[in-house]
Design a protein around this ligand. Sequence first.
Ligand SMILES: C[S@@+](CC[C@H](N)C(=O)[O-])C[C@H]1O[C@@H](n2cnc3c(N)ncnc32)[C@H](O)[C@@H]1O
Length: 222
Amino acid sequence: MGSGMLPAGAYVTYEHEYILIFRKGGKRDFSTGALKRVRNASAYFWEERNVWFSDLWQLNGTKQTITKADRERSAAYPLELPYRLINMYSVYGDTVLDPFMGTGTTALAAIITGRNSIGYEMDSSFKLYQDTKELDAIFSLGNKVVEQRLKRHSHFVQDRIANGKDVKHKNEHYGFPVMTAQERQGQFFKIAEIKPSECELQVEYVEIEKESAINQTMQATA
Ligand SMILES: C[S@@+](CC[C@H](N)C(=O)[O-])C[C@H]1O[C@@H](n2cnc3c(N)ncnc32)[C@H](O)[C@@H]1O
């Protein structure tokens, strides 16, 4: 910091990074049947919207694990970063392009959020997730993220009700309370299987069972 605890030579650290958001062309058209349904299924929660669409995100850094001799840091960013952006700006089944793939955090977030992804990486020491241990880790992490998301929503509902406030709508698939009509058709998927091939992972999903999603919110409303 320049001069430790002693004035006057210290300098301020630069701890923010900007995310630039561009759109190619006009707004996407979701007015037709199938697209409209997939967009509605991809809805995020009201309380997520309030945090995600603010101009300041406070995220912890991530471990920079890399053992290659000529490179000490992977420059990986936290999973939460692409996870939020993918949820905010794409729908289930869309394709996310990461031209600077590194450790593949964006691809991982795309897997967890039910999107396709394509990544480029010039450094051949970064390999596509492939061995059983890595795939098992993706499987359990992915499913934990979805589970935690529903749990967080439960806690939100619980707090709101405890504070005497309304949660007016119900999710049509699972029956749990949601804040707005736009969240009523939201659907959640777990990873069922990950099949690796040489330069590709194929992921199959199953929808979260009604009972399991409702159980998460029963804790909230009990
Ligand atoms: C900041 S790191 C990306 C880290 C990644 N977001 C993650 O979470 O692991 C940028 C990566 O882009 C790669 N890269 C830089 N220029 C490239 C290019 N022209 N084509 C493909 N990859 C490139 C670098 O090798 C580096 O691994």
